[in-house]
Design a protein around this ligand. Structure first.
Ligand SMILES: [Zn+2]
Length: 338
C-alpha cells in the first residue's frame, strides 16, 4: 500500500502475508543492538523483519506498509499480532538505555508520516510503554487484547498480546516525543533535557539486558503467520548466514556507531530549528552549544543550569552502563552473534 518517500528501501525477508484485521497501529521495538547493520543480520537470520529500522541518520523500509511484518510473536488461537494491521518500527538502541535525540527525531518524522498515511491516532491505547527499572524489565505491562484488536494508535512491543518482550522501554518523555507533531513541538521543553543528544562512547559496546530480542520469537516460526512457502527458506538461510555474517557484522557495528556519534553531533544543530517552535529552538541550541564545548568554561547562568542537569543525567547513564557492562561480561558470548 505504501512506501515511505523518505525511507531507504531495503527488502530482507519479505512480508509475513496480508493483514487479517484492523485498525492500523504502530508497534515500537528496540533492536537491542547498537547498529542498523547488526539488526539487519538478525532479521535475515531469524526472518524477523519489521517494516522499518530507524537509527540516528537513516530510516530503512523493509516491507510495504500494506503487508504484514514479522517481528512479533503470534501464538496459536487468540488475536493476530503481526497481521492485525501492525506497522512495526525497530529503533536502533536498547530498551534499558535512554534513546538518542537524533534517532527519536527520525522515529517522530516516520510516525508523523504513518499517522497521516494510515489514519493512526496519536494515542497509546494500552497506556505509555514502561521504561526499565534498574536496567531491567519493569514488569506489569498492559497487553490488553481487546484494545489491541479494536483501537488504532501506538503500542510498545511490551504491550502486544501473546508477547513477552519489554522493548522499547521508552520513558514518558520519549513516548510523548515520538508521537508529537514535528511541526508544532508539544513536549514541555524541560522534559526534553532528559533525552540525550548523543549515543555515548560506550554505545557501540553496549549489550542488551534482553538478549533474545530479534531472534527468540522468530527462531521458532510462530503459528499461522509465516506462509507455507516461508519454512524451507528458513533452513536454507540458516545454514549459510552465520558463517559469513557474524564476524563482519560485529566489526561493521563498531565502525558504524563511531561514525554515527560524530554525525549526530554535527547534524542536530541544523535540524532543530525546522522541527521546533522558535522558543524551543532557542533553548535547545543553547543546550547544544553547551554540549558541544563540554567541559564548559564560560557559561551563562542558564547554560550552567542546563549543563548541570545534563551532567546529572550523564552520570546516571554511566552508572547504568557500568551495571550493564558487569552483567554483560557473563552474557557477552551468548549474545555476540546478534
Ligand atoms: Zn520488539
Amino acid at each position: 500500500m505504501a512506501r515511505c518517500p523518505f525511507a531507504v528501501w531495503m527488502e530482507i525477508s519479505g512480508s509475513s502475508g496480508s493483514y487479517t484485521s484492523g485498525p492500523f497501529k504502530i508497534v515500537h521495538h528496540t533492536t537491542e543492538g547498537s547498529s542498523a547493520e547488526g539488526a539487519f543480520g538478525a532479521f535475515r537470520a531469524n526472518r524477523s523483519d519489521p517494516h522499518f529500522t530507524v537509527d540516528s541518520s537513516k530510516i530503512y523500509q523493509h516491507i510495504d506498509t500494506g503487508r504484514a511484518a514479522r517481528a512479533l510473536r503470534n501464538a496459536a488461537g487468540g488475536v493476530q499480532t503481526n497481521r492485525d494491521s501492525a506497522i512495526q518500527i525497530e529503533v536502533v538502541g536498547f530498551a534499558h538505555r535512554p534513546k538518542v535525540m537524533a534517532t527519536l527525531k527520525n522515529v517522530q518524522k516516520l510516525c508523523n508520516w504513518l499517522e497521516a498515511e494510515h489514519g493512526i491516532p496519536k494515542v497509546w491505547p494500552n497506556g505509555l510503554p514502561k521504561p526499565a527499572v534498574n536496567g531491567h524489565d519493569p514488569g506489569g505491562h498492559n497487553r490488553n487484547a481487546a484494545n489491541w484488536d479494536n483501537k488504532g494508535g501506538h503500542y510498545g512491543h511490551s504491550q502486544v498480546p501473546e508477547n513477552t518482550h519489554w522493548d522499547p522501554g521508552y520513558t514518558a518523555t520519549e513516548a510523548a516525543f515520538v508521537i508529537a507533531d514535528a511541526a508544532t513541538e508539544s513536549i514541555y521543553i524541560e522534559a526534553l533535557e532528559t533525552i540525550p543528544l548523543e549515543e555515548g562512547p560506550d554505545f557501540a559496546t553496549e549489550v542488551s539486558t534482553m538478549p533474545d530480542h530479534c531472534g527468540g520469537y522468530a527462531a521458532a516460526p510462530a503459528a499461522g503467520e509465516a506462509g507455507p512457502r516461508a519454512k524451507p527458506k528458513v533452513s536454507a538461510r540458516r545454514t549459510s548466514t552465520p558463517a559469513r555474517g557474524s564476524g563482519r557484522t560485529a566489526a561493521k557495528a563498531g565502525r558504524s556507531s563511531a561514525r554515527k556519534s560524530s554525525a549526530s553531533k554535527s547534524k542536530s544543530g541544523s535540524k532543530s530549528k525546522s522541527t521546533r517552535s522558535q522558543s524551543s529552538a532557542g533553548k535547545s541550541s543553547a543546550r547544544k552549544r553547551s554540549a558541544a564545548r563540554r567541559p564548559a568554561t564560560k557559561t551563562s547562568k542558564k547554560t550552567r543550569k542546563i549543563a548541570g542537569r545534563k551532567n546529572g543525567a550523564k552520570g546516571a547513564t554511566k552508572r547504568a552502563a557500568a551495571r550493564a557492562s558487569n552483567m554483560a561480561k557473563s552474557s557477552r558470548r551468548k549474545s555476540q552473534d546478534r
